[in-house]
Design a protein around this ligand. Structure first.
Ligand SMILES: Nc1ncnc2c1ncn2[C@@H]1O[C@H](COP(=O)(O)OP(=O)(O)OP(=O)(O)O)[C@@H](O)[C@H]1O
Length: 312
């Protein structure tokens, strides 16, 4: 597996992918590319089809229809040496000592024994598990086991990393540590596909994203393009009183005292502020910000099947 071909050829190419399980169609008309060297956020609510897509890309599922290519062709087991996959379901040999398990996987991935051991010891130090090297895996906490599994996934410096919720269940400190480790892979040139529900991780790491809903794409592009697609800006307002409904904006968020207003096309800051003041709202702060990915996520998944792009 190599990026190969013209510089513009995507490393991962998915076109018109459809997946049926029995009578149920869980993915339909799904098309997107992942470019070599980018970090790609694969986003979507629970059950929207992310894991299914990754499994079909890796040949674990047979797609009902469509093209799923890595490096210009369907995935083959021999590509595995340059690929790191952290599956959603974690699982290592739990009755074996941590270091032995890591070295075993390192050797499977083509590292020499001494190289795998040295890498593993460094990694254990890095993730604050040096004292667990001789412990059986099942004596580690869930989060600690996940750190080991991430280590096993990246130890051969894969060209393509596919991470299904790599920070699931981590506390904020450890989540940041894992993000640092993933970012290092990115900086070293890896292409990363990352499923996550953490929007701050997306804003920090991802060059481009796709948002899936019910097995189809609802937004696709750079983070900025997706923000533009959802109105681009919001007005953040600290206020006292009752927010009027208006033709100038939609109330994207209102927690009583703080609100985010999504301006409709042509509604400038001054006009919106005037509308509030005229309605008797006491405004203590009014700022403009880009619409957050969190807010976009809530709009896409919170409103059942409403065409969010088409505000009246
Ligand atoms: N092997 C299977 N047989 C039947 N249905 C399946 C199978 N695998 C997944 N599905 C269904 O496909 C849909 C998509 O599931 P998938 O696991 O891909 O979602 P996801 O986006 O990864 O969700 P989550 O964020 O909860 O992990 C769900 O409705 C699920 O029940």
């Amino acid at each position: 597996m190599t990026a190969g071909g013209a510089a513009t050829e995507p490393l991962v190419h998915i076109k018109d992918f459809r997946m049926d399980f029995g009578d149920a169609t869980v993915i339909r008309d799904l098309s997107f590319d992942v470019r070599a060297g980018e970090t790609f956020g694969f986003l979507g609510s629970n059950g929207s089809g992310k894991t299914t897509t990754l499994r079909a890309l890796l040949g674990i599922y047979q797609p009902t229809a469509g093209t799923l290519h890595i490096g210009g062709k369907p995935f083959e087991p021999s590509d595995g040496a340059r690929l790191g996959y952290l599956p959603e379901e974690r699982g290592l040999y739990k009755k074996e000592p941590v270091l032995d398990v890591m070295v075993y996987f390192g050797r499977l991935k083509g590292l020499g024994k001494a190289q795998a051991k040295a890498w593993s010891l460094d990694y254990l130090e890095r993730v604050q598990l040096a004292d667990k090297a001789a412990a059986n895996l099942d004596k580690l906490s869930g989060g600690q086991q996940q750190k080991i599994q991430l280590g096993v996934t990246i130890m051969n410096a894969p060209e393509l990393l596919i991470l299904d919720e790599p920070t699931k269940g981590f506390d904020p400190v450890n989540r940041r540590l894992l993000m640092d480790i993933i970012e290092e892979q990115k900086l070293a040139g890896a292409t990363v596909i990352m499923v996550t529900h953490q929007m701050e991780e997306v804003e920090r790491l991802c060059d481009r994203v796709i948002l899936l809903k019910d097995g189809t794409s609802r937004a696709y592009g750079t983070v900025e393009e997706v923000q533009e697609q959802f109105g681009g800006t919001v007005y953040r307002v600290d206020y006292d009183g009752v927010l009027p409904h208006s033709t100038l904006y939609d109330i994207a968020l209102d927690s009583g005292g703080y609100a985010e207003l999504a301006p409709r096309p042509g509604s400038g800051q001054a006009a919106v502020l005037r509308e509030l003041v005229t309605a008797g709202v006491s405004v203590s702060s009014f700022t403009t910000a880009r619409v957050s990915l969190d807010e976009i996520f809530i709009r896409v998944y919170g409103e059942q099947d409403q065409p969010v792009e088409a505000r009246p």
